[in-house]
Design a binder for this molecule. Structure first.
Ligand code: 3HC
Length: 343
C-alpha cells in the first residue's frame, strides 16, 4: 500500500487493509475519505466499479495513443537527414512503445488484460488520440510533433502524476521525463529549420500551421461537452479540466513560437491583461468529432497498419509464451527435485 499523503488517516486504514468487516458502505466511505485525503488507491484496495471502469477507459485510450503514435513519426526514420537525427527519432519512437507497455501494465492491475484491450482497439471499440490521424508530410512534421504534440502531452500528463490511482500515477512520472526529451528534440529540430534556408523556414512554418489546431484538440472537447470530466476530477483521476489545460498549453506556446521565429496560425491570438491569459480563436469542433468517428485523413491507415503489425507479431508472442512455459516447467522440476532431496 502506498499513500500520496505522508500518513494515511485512521478512517481509511481499514479500506486499505483486507478487513472485510467494514461492509460495502464502509468501504465506499473509506474510499471517498482516501481520495479526499490525497491518498493513493492501490490495486488491492476496494474501489467503486465506475472508478475502475473509468480508469480502464482512460488508461486504455492513453496506451493505444502511445502505440498508434509510433506510426506517424516512424514513417520518417529511414529519411532522417543525419545519423544524429535518426538516432534521436529511433529512441523517441521506442520510448512510445515503452509508454504503451507501462500503461497496458497499469490497466492489467485493474483486471483488464492487454489482449482484451488490443482487441477493443483493433475492432474500433476503444479510442486513441485524435492527433495521430493526421499525416506527416515533411521532415518538419517531426519537429512540430515533438514541440506541439509532445508538449501538449506533457501539459496533460504532468498532473496525471498526481492521479489518485497509484500504478497510473507512477507510470506517468517516467513517461513525463521521456516526453520532456521528446518535446526538447522537436523544439531544437524546428529551431534549426527556422534558422536555416528560406525553404527550410517555410517548411517549419507549414508544419506548425498544420499541427497547431489538432494539438489544441488533443485536450478533449470543451468543458461543457466533456461527459467524464466532472466525475474524473471528483475522483482526482483528472486534476484539471480540458479547457484549463488547453489554456495553459496556449500560454506556454506563444513565447516559445516567438523564440522559434514562427507564427501560430491564429489571427485571434492576443494577450488578455484582465484574464492574465492569451485569448485564442474558435476551434473547429466539427473536425474533432469527425476524426473521432473515424473520418480523419489517416484513421483507416493507422488501424490497418496496427492490425497488420499485431498479426505479424503473433510468432513473437507465441515464442515468448513457449519460452515462459518452458522456464516455469524447469523451475517446477527443480523445486520438485530439491524438495524430494530435502525430504
Ligand atoms: N482524441 C480521441 N478521443 C478523445 C479526445 C482526443 N483528443 N479527447 C476526448 N476524447 C474522447 C473521450 O475519450 C471520450 O470518449 P469515450 O467516452 O468514448 O472514452 C469523449 O471524447 C469525451 O471526452 P471527455 O473530455 O469526457 O473524456 P476524458 O474525461 O477522458 O478526457 C482526455 C479526455 C483529456 C484525453 C483524458 O482521457 C486524458 O487525459 N487521457 C490521458 C492522456 C491521453 O490519453 N493522452 C493521449 C495523448 S497522446 C500521447 O500521450 C502520446 C504522446 O507520445 C504524444
Amino acid at each position: 500500500m502506498a499513500t500520496a499523503a505522508a500518513h494515511q488517516t485512521d478512517s481509511t486504514a481499514a479500506f486499505h487493509s483486507d478487513d472485510a468487516s467494514a461492509g460495502a458502505d464502509g468501504f465506499e466511505r473509506a474510499f471517498d475519505a482516501a481520495v479526499a485525503a490525497d491518498e493513493r488507491i492501490e490495486p488491492r484496495d476496494w474501489m467503486p466499479d465506475a472508478y475502475r471502469s473509468t480508469l480502464i477507459r482512460q488508461i486504455a485510450q492513453h496506451a493505444h495513443s502511445e502505440i498508434i503514435g509510433m506510426q506517424p513519426e516512424a514513417n520518417w526514420i529511414t529519411r532522417a537527414p543525419s545519423l544524429r537525427r535518426k538516432a534521436i527519432l529511433m529512441a523517441k519512437v521506442q520510448d512510445e512503445a515503452g509508454h504503451g507497455l507501462y500503461l497496458y501494465s497499469a490497466a492489467e492491475t485493474l483486471g483488464a488484460s492487454r489482449e482484451e484491450l488490443l482487441d477493443k482497439l483493433h475492432s474500433g471499440r476503444q479510442k486513441y488520440s485524435s492527433i495521430f490521424n493526421y499525416p506527416t508530410l515533411t521532415w518538419a512534421d517531426v519537429g512540430a510533433i515533438g514541440w506541439l504534440v509532445d508538449g501538449a502531452a506533457i501539459t496533460n500528463q504532468v498532473p496525471l502524476c498526481r492521479c489518485s490511482y497509484g500504478p497510473y500515477a507512477r507510470a506517468m512520472v517516467r513517461v513525463c521525463k521521456e516526453e520532456s526529451f521528446h518535446q526538447r528534440q522537436g523544439y531544437e529540430l524546428l529551431l534549426a529549420l527556422s534558422r536555416g534556408t528560406p525553404e527550410q523556414h517555410a517548411m517549419a512554418q507549414d508544419a506548425v500551421d498544420r499541427w497547431w489546431w489538432p494539438s489544441l484538440m488533443m485536450f478533449g472537447p470543451p468543458d461543457d461537452e466533456s461527459q467524464h470530466s466532472a466525475q474524473s476530477m471528483a475522483w482526482k483521476i483528472k486534476r484539471h479540466s480540458n479547457d484549463e489545460l488547453r489554456q495553459r498549453f496556449v500560454d506556454i506556446c506563444v513565447p516559445q513560437a516567438e523564440s522559434l521565429g514562427l507564427t501560430l496560425p491564429d489571427p485571434d491570438l492576443t494577450w488578455n491583461e484582465e484574464r492574465g491569459h492569451h485569448d485564442f480563436g474558435a476551434i473547429d469542433w466539427t473536425e474533432f468529432w469527425d476524426v473521432l468517428k473515424g473520418n480523419g485523413p489517416c484513421n483507416e491507415q493507422r488501424l490497418t497498419q496496427r492490425r497488420r503489425a499485431h498479426e505479424e507479431g503473433a510468432w513473437v508472442r507465441e515464442a515468448a509464451a513457449a519460452h515462459a512455459a518452458k522456464r516455469a516447467a524447469r523451475t517446477a522440476r527443480t523445486t520438485e527435485t530439491t524438495g524430494a532431496t530435502q525430504a
